[in-house]
Design a protein around this ligand. Structure first.
Ligand SMILES: [Mg+2]
Length: 278
């Protein structure tokens, strides 16, 4: 029997103020400088990609990857004995193209895909979306100028960056579509996009899965992210006595963050690499 879909298991924009207040408490425990001055060799690093490592582009295919980023991440990974993971809304094979030739440990589609060792296979931990749902979303997107739908196997992202005036109409349509299916799907808002993703998976569940693996166990997690989908991972890092570093963008305002944008994140990572190499 079909039942109505949960609107979202993640905080909606309307709850952002509350979430930000909670996160301010978490983040107040350490600034980026204090974290760098800590016991860096005992950290485990969890990184969002778009808006955190990479500047947001007009479309997802147009992102620019700074020269040296892949090598920087690999250097840090080596010095943390492998305890680095990318937690992204993208599919992991897209991240592999962006960070070529490296294939890092990571979670894609908000925890619906996992790779648990560098260069290892990508495991789907959630079923792909029903084809009929994917087709409905693609069909709607085709009729809305400027809307880009991006199927991702277990999820689908729908971008409205080129047509921000369609945000509310798009959200209503997507909620109506997933309501026809099951409560196994949720709608996650993001930076000028909505994502339909499987319920029960998030960057938080992914962080906890990795944190239980030998490479990560006993280390202090640091999660860096810029968006609503990163909130469960911030909370997971805090539960594990770790830290959240928020990145300024369309979700977090400049007064709420520890890092001012991707360039600031990369500068911090460079300083972390220097600290790790002593
Ligand atoms: Mg992001």
């Amino acid at each position: 029997m079909r039942s109505s879909a949960k609107h979202t298991s993640l905080p909606a924009k309307g709850n952002a103020a509350v979430q930000n207040a909670d996160l301010a408490d978490i983040a107040a425990r350490r600034s980026p400088e204090e974290i760098l001055a800590g016991e860096v060799s005992n950290y485990a690093l969890f990184l969002d990609c778009d808006g955190t490592l990479l500047d947001i582009a007009p479309t997802p295919d147009e992102v620019h990857v700074p020269g040296g980023l892949a090598d920087l991440l690999t250097r840090i990974t080596q010095h943390l004995d492998g305890a680095v993971a990318v937690l992204t809304g993208r599919q992991l094979d897209e991240i592999d193209v962006l960070l070529e030739p490296w294939q890092l440990i990571g979670a894609g589609v908000h925890g619906a895909e996992l790779r648990t060792k560098p260069g290892g296979p990508i495991t789907q931990v959630a079923e792909r979306l029903p084809v009929s749902l994917e087709e409905q979303v693609l069909r709607r997107a085709q009729h809305l100028p400027g809307i880009i739908a991006e199927p991702k196997g277990p999820g689908i992202a729908v971008h409205y960056r080129q047509a921000p005036h369609l945000k509310n109409a798009l959200e209503s349509e997507l909620r109506a579509i997933i309501t026809e299916y099951s409560d196994d799907l949720v709608l996650c808002p993001g930076r000028k996009l909505f994502e339909i993703i499987p319920a029960g998976h998030s960057k938080g569940t992914a962080l906890e899965t990795f944190a239980a693996m030998p490479k990560f166990a006993g280390r202090r997690p640091i999660m860096i992210g810029d968006d609503v989908g990163d909130l469960p991972a911030f909370a997971a890092a805090a539960r594990l006595d770790g830290f959240a570093l928020r990145v300024a963008g369309e979700h977090f305002g400049r007064d709420d963050v520890e890092l001012n944008g991707p360039a600031d994140v990369i500068s911090w990572l460079e300083r972390l690499a220097q600290r790790l190499t002593g």
